[in-house]
Write a protein that binds this ligand. Structure first.
Ligand SMILES: Nc1ncnc2c1ncn2[C@@H]1O[C@H](COP(=O)(O)OP(=O)(O)O)[C@@H](O)[C@H]1O
Ligand SMILES: N[C@@H](CCOP(=O)(O)O)C(=O)O
Length: 305
């Protein structure tokens, strides 16, 4: 259950006075999600999603909300932020940053079809192209410098073979950076639970709160690693091919990007192996943490090497 901050109907009615989206009808907590408190809001003008941010701070929100507006205006399937009467997108509720976005149709899936992988790849490529004229820049907070630094805390806690793997893989990635490859705005966390699907079509990408600047092939690799990963933590070749084909139907990869793809997939494994290991070994007191299996990405990494 991911409604950590309770919001009463009366609090919502007060907040709605700052928006021109009609009168309050109903507010319903959303069970899915891990990090933030999300609600479906129904007003006399339509349906919206209210997010109360549990970790992000108010000054960090404008980048993500302005990015979502930029992308949604360019036909990328993602929630459009709702502007307040004063023009801002970000509000405050229960002392925490909050926002309203458009409510999308569709549901996520844990067992995607090849057609859904194709659509997701195509929409990711569309997002990469649409971000080209977004004027703001955000460094990736969870890339090489981050996994290099965080691995120092983890190495003493891992068994010998995992420690050797993590150490050698980080050294390998440092020697094979992606900085020469085409890049721009990336989602950086396009797992299956961050895509709403309506049958085979993408209804919307959600959870843009790791979006940043990076190489496009790294973003594609993160998506492939999750969308094509089977329960044995190996990739399903048909799903991987479908996502890649969908991506290339919109934005063909250069020969340099194609040559780098398997390294980008290894980088994607390190990114999420490290974050899941940190959640496991250093659960934050008072922070809401749902620990996902770190070994999934270790095992996939071993398979990709
Ligand atoms: N714009 C939206 N339209 C429809 N449903 C949404 C929207 N945003 C979020 N949701 C629903 O809320 C759930 C949690 O959202 P998510 O962004 O993953 O939360 P968290 O940041 O807490 O991980 C999603 O799985 C989806 O069901
Ligand atoms: N999709 C990720 C979770 C988001 O990353 P984190 O760095 O906030 O843990 C996963 O499945 O591990």
């Amino acid at each position: 259950m991911s409604v950590y901050t309770p919001v009463s109907d009366d609090e919502m009615r007060v907040l709605l006075q700052d928006y021109a989206i009609g009168k309050f009808i109903a507010l319903q907590g959303i069970a899915q999600g891990i990090t933030n408190s999300n609600y479906f809001l129904t007003t006399t003008q339509g349906r919206y999603v209210l997010t109360v941010f549990e970790v992000l701070q108010a000054h960090e929100l404008p980048f993500f909300l302005e990015l979502k507006q930029h992308l949604s205006q360019r036909g990328v399937a993602c929630p459009a932020p709702i502007a307040r009467r004063d023009g801002r997108f970000n509000s405050t509720l229960a002392g925490k940053p909050a926002c309203l976005v458009s409510c999308l149709a569709g549901r996520d899936t844990s067992l995607p079809t090849a057609a859904q992988c194709f659509s997701t790849g195509a929409m990711l490529a569309k997002m990469h192209l649409a971000g080209a004229d977004f004027p703001q820049h955000m460094a990736n907070p969870r890339h090489a410098a981050w996994w290099q630094a965080e691995s120092q805390r983890l190495l003493p806690l891992l068994d010998e073979s995992d420690a050797a793997l993590l150490h050698s893989e980080i050294a390998f990635l440092a020697a094979h950076p992606d900085s020469h490859l085409p890049g721009g705005i990336i989602h950086a966390d396009l797992f299956k639970d961050n895509v709403l699907l309506a049958d085979d079509a993408v209804a919307g990408f959600i959870d843009f709160y790791y979006a940043c600047n990076g190489s496009f092939v790294y973003d594609l690799a993160i998506a492939i690693n999750d969308w094509a990963r089977q329960s044995n933590n190996q990739l399903n070749p048909a799903l991987q091919a479908a996502l890649l084909e969908g991506y290339q139907s919109v934005r063909p990869l250069s020969s340099d990007e194609l040559a780098y793809l398997s390294i980008a997939q290894r980088a994607g494994c390190i990114r999420f192996w490290v974050s899941r290991l940190l959640d496991y070994h250093f659960p934050q007191a008072g922070e809401i943490t749902f620990i996902k299996d770190p070994n999934a990405f270790r095992d996939l990494l071993l398979d990709l090497q």
